[in-house]
Design a protein around this ligand. Structure first.
Ligand code: HEM
Length: 815
């Protein structure tokens, strides 16, 4: 840079502009800078406009507003507009342009890190391979060697960069909820809900807010199977224009524990046992049930956990809940408590346990694949967001404490009010960059949404950011593109590992005058906590009503249908059979006696044990008696999407009526179902123009919601040189053992089956009972005469909408 001093003339004072220490009492006059000197002029402009900003703030005008009564109304920070771009720049050379630093005129007041993901989406089309320094790689096949048969040269920086990056490709998995799948979409508000909240995403009918949603299991590691018995996470990041709101919920409305203090204990108990690392992703082991049976507050959650809620058919077919009581606050500061509910348009549907257990082997990615395929096919999953709202006065009348996360608010007490819908319409580009690096946090709320004093929620507010600092490598993980808000980030946080932002200027504190007071506090436009008045003794403990551990467990049990109750009993039997310590089994049974004698007896029978005396209660308060709530049954929400996205296997073999197959296929496709031709081998089906799409070994029964056996020729031929058979049990059917096993499992898992004409022979060969155990007609086992294919398909589709014929079930199963 030219030095004005070198230019002769009167330069006193100008030297001080160049100095980074000390200086005269007043900035120098331009004429003192000597002959025209553009660099010095810029420096002078910077110094004078800096000075001007400082002069305009002779004192901190808003200081008194921090005290006393005034403090209750947040004020907007004091700010001044700089006279020149250079005033707030870090350097007077900011306007120097280059292809790397840019044109020297940054958009003032803008943080380009925030915004659409297009800014970081990378595409390699037409590009040559380079190193991470942008140097083109000549040869990506071989390392650099001293001679073709010689050792690798240490200087091979290309090999070393590639291997080093590879060596560090893995990051720690989430300590819980490690296994998950996610998608992008939007939330659309049905109406202007500003009467109850000032959250802008809910302030206007039709307003759309982008979202990223991650579903997960809790206990399993990142590579564990999707269909294990577990709670499912349902975490939604709303990129609102007021900043990010994360509703980090589950598919079950209550939780295992009542205080954050117990979370590490719960997770240590349910994770694989520390001595042998078993079992993976399962609660069916001693340490979990040891902890559970000594923590009676868990009982209500155990009812949900052993119900089919813990083995959903699809992420698309489960409810979601915020679990805790939250607060909504409107622009006038009025607040209501609320509970958040997500209701799937596809209805709530689950697997059956035998099927779920087999699926862990047949397709460990079952839920991930289901979500991905539905979105790719344009069958965008939808949920409705609803809230139960209630005042503090109402809450005080409830027979439970709304701060207790092991309790729900029955819908009969407070109905769910719909707010808007969530649609997932885009799969991620990159699993790691998005699904793995996304960081949800229970502390991320926006103005209009606030916390309650639920002691579990209070602990979560701390936990998420804390864990993400180590999982995502430092304090700047909010700058990872999937985590940046669409709203602008402007604050004085600086530095740290992997910092992306390149903050201008020298000001990183507040109050300041040198940046015109910016960024300034937003006052009432910013987040304000609901001013809940509190005066109480500092204490470690829980309110009395938290000690009621059984009333809502009974409510849940009494609200289940007979089928659901049977499944709960079977699930306890399975879990406890895997527990090796009889005393733990006994303790669990003793807890169940407090829920229902029938439940305890059913589980005890399955374990060959006597029902023990009940566990003592933790309170003398009478156990509240709730009327059953039909909303708690899985069957109360069949959904509105009919057969859409349901998977139907058409079992084809040589001799099949290809015309009929095509007709069925087209009709199913027309209805939005996913038909596939299933046979012994993929490829052309001998003797027909059909192409088998999936084989029995890759598409076992568990992967299908229903199956059809189309008609076949009377004497159906396998291939030209194979013997023929027309009778059940004959040569052909002997060869079709995979098909027979397939049908038996479809039947055992209560799924609809349609057999047309000669296809029925396969059903007979499988030995499927044609009537229900009570002698009634099985509405899901449809056997139709040859030529009658329209009516039966409609009946089959009707059965498919109902998903399962639970009335088939006996224990043990008949087939
Ligand atoms: C004090 C109690 C709790 C603590 C300390 C806690 C802690 C954690 C931690 C450390 C993670 C991993 C976060 C990450 O690495 O990104 C996590 C994930 C998660 N938690 Fe909690 N949690 C608690 C209770 C709950 C409750 C009650 C719910 C449901 C309402 C819940 C839902 C979730 C979900 C859905 C995720 C996965 C988020 C994702 O998909 O990335 N947690 N939790």
């Amino acid at each position: 840079m030219a030095n004005p001093k070198d230019n002769g003339g009167a330069v006193d004072g100008a030297g001080s502009i160049l100095s980074t220490v000390a200086g005269p009492a007043e900035p120098p006059h331009p004429e003192r800078l000597g002959p025209p000197n553009p660099i010095a002029n810029q420096l002078l402009e910077k110094v004078t406009t800096d000075e001007q900003l400082a002069v305009e703030m002779p004192f901190n005008e808003t200081k008194p507003l921090e005290y006393g009564e005034a403090a209750f109304t947040p004020h907007v920070g004091e700010t001044r507009t700089p006279a020149s771009q250079l005033a707030t720049a870090g350097t007077s050379t900011e306007t120097v342009a280059s292809p790397k630093v840019g044109d020297g005129h940054p958009d003032l007041g803008d943080n380009p890190l925030d915004g659409p993901l297009d800014r970081v989406r990378v595409d390699d089309s037409g590009r040559e391979l380079t190193t991470n320094q942008g140097v083109k790689v000549a040869d990506n096949q071989d390392s650099l060697k001293i001679g073709l048969r010689g050792p690798t040269a240490m200087e091979d920086f290309i090999l070393r960069e590639k291997i080093t990056h590879f060596d560090h490709e893995r990051i720690p998995e989430r300590v819980v909820h490690a296994r998950g799948s996610a998608a992008h979409g939007y939330f659309e508000s049905y109406a202007d809900h500003s009467a109850i909240t000032r959250a802008s995403l809910l302030g206007e009918a039709g307003k759309r807010t982008p979202v990223f949603v991650r579903f997960s299991t809790v206990a399993g590691e990142r590579g564990s199977a999707d269909t294990v018995r577990d709670v499912r996470g349902f975490a939604v990041k709303f990129y609102t224009d007021q900043g990010n709101w994360d509703l980090v919920g589950n598919n079950i409305p209550v939780f295992f524990i009542q205080d954050a203090m117990k979370f590490p204990d719960l997770i240590h108990a349910v994770k694989p046992e520390p001595h042998n690392g078993m079992p993976q992703a399962a609660s069916a082991h001693d340490t979990f049930w040891d902890f559970a049976s000594l923590s009676p507050e868990i009982t209500h959650m155990l009812m949900w956990h052993t119900s089919d809620r813990a083995i959903p058919r699809s992420y698309r077919m489960m409810q979601g809940f915020g679990v805790h009581t939250f607060r909504l606050v409107n622009a006038q500061g009025a607040s209501l408590f609320c509970k958040f509910h997500w209701t799937p348009m596809a209805g709530t549907h689950s697997l059956v346990w035998d099927e779920a257990a087999r699926l862990t082997g047949a397709d460990p990615d079952y839920h991930r694949r289901d979500l991905w395929e539905a979105i790719e096919a344009g069958q965008f999953p939808e949920w409705e967001l609803g809230v139960q709202t209630f005042s503090a006065e109402q809450a005080a009348q409830f027979p439970f404490d709304v701060l207790d996360p092991t309790k729900l608010v029955p819908e009969e007490m407070v109905p769910v009010r719909p707010l808007g819908k969530l649609v997932l319409d885009r799969n991620p580009d990159n699993f790691f960059a998005e699904t793995e690096q996304v960081a949800f946090c229970a502390a991320h709320v926006v103005p209009g949404i606030d916390f309650s004093d639920d002691p579990l929620l209070q602990g979560r507010i701390h936990s998420y950011i804390d864990t993400q600092i180590s999982r995502l490598g430092g304090a700047n993980f909010h700058e990872i593109p999937i985590n940046t808000p669409l709203a602008q980030i402007h604050n004085n946080q600086r530095d740290g590992m992997h910092r992306q932002s390149l903050n201008r200027g020298r000001v990183s504190y507040e109050p300041n005058s040198l940046a015109g007071g910016c960024p300034f506090q937003a006052g009432a436009a910013g987040f304000t906590s609901f001013p809940e008045p509190l005066t109480a003794a500092k204490v470690r403990g829980k309110p009395e009503l938290f000690a009621d551990h059984y009333s809502q467990a009974r409510l849940f049990w009494n609200s289940q249908t007979a089928v659901e109750q049977n499944h709960i009993i079977a699930a306890f039997r399975f879990e406890l059979t895997r527990v090796q310590t009889p005393a733990i089994r006994r303790r669990v049974l003793a807890g169940l006696v407090n829920v229902a004698q029938k439940l305890a007896q059913g589980v005890a029978d399955g374990l060959g044990m006597e029902v023990p005396p009940p566990l003592p209660l933790a309170t003398d308060l009478p156990i509240h008696n709730y009327p059953p709530s039909s909303a708690l049954s899985l069957f109360s929400r069949p959904g509105t999407t009919g057969i859409k996205t349901l998977r139907v296997a058409l079992l084809v073999a040589p001799g099949v009526d290809a015309g009929q197959v095509r007709q069925l296929y087209a009709a199913l496709l027309d209805g939005g179902a996913v038909p596939r031709l299933m046979g012994e081998r993929v490829g052309p089906l001998p003797g027909s123009d059909l192409d088998v799409e999936i084989s029995f070994e890759t598409g076992p029964s568990m992967l299908w919601d229903g199956a059809i056996v189309p008609d076949r020729a009377d004497a159906y031929t396998l291939v030209d040189d194979e013997p023929q058979s027309t009778t059940p049990g004959g040569t052909l059917l002997n060869r079709e053992v995979a098909a027979v096993e397939f049908l038996r499992l479809q039947y055992r898992h209560d799924k609809p089956l349609l057999a047309l004409g000669n296809g029925a022979k396969l059903v007979y060969a499988a030995g499927l009972p044609l009537a229900l155990p009570d002698g009634e007609i099985d509405p899901g086992l449809i056997i139709a005469e040859r030529g009658d294919s329209d009516g039966p398909l409609a009946r089959f589709e009707g059965a498919l909408v109902h998903r399962r014929v639970y009335a088939r079930e006996t224990d043990p199963p008949r087939v």
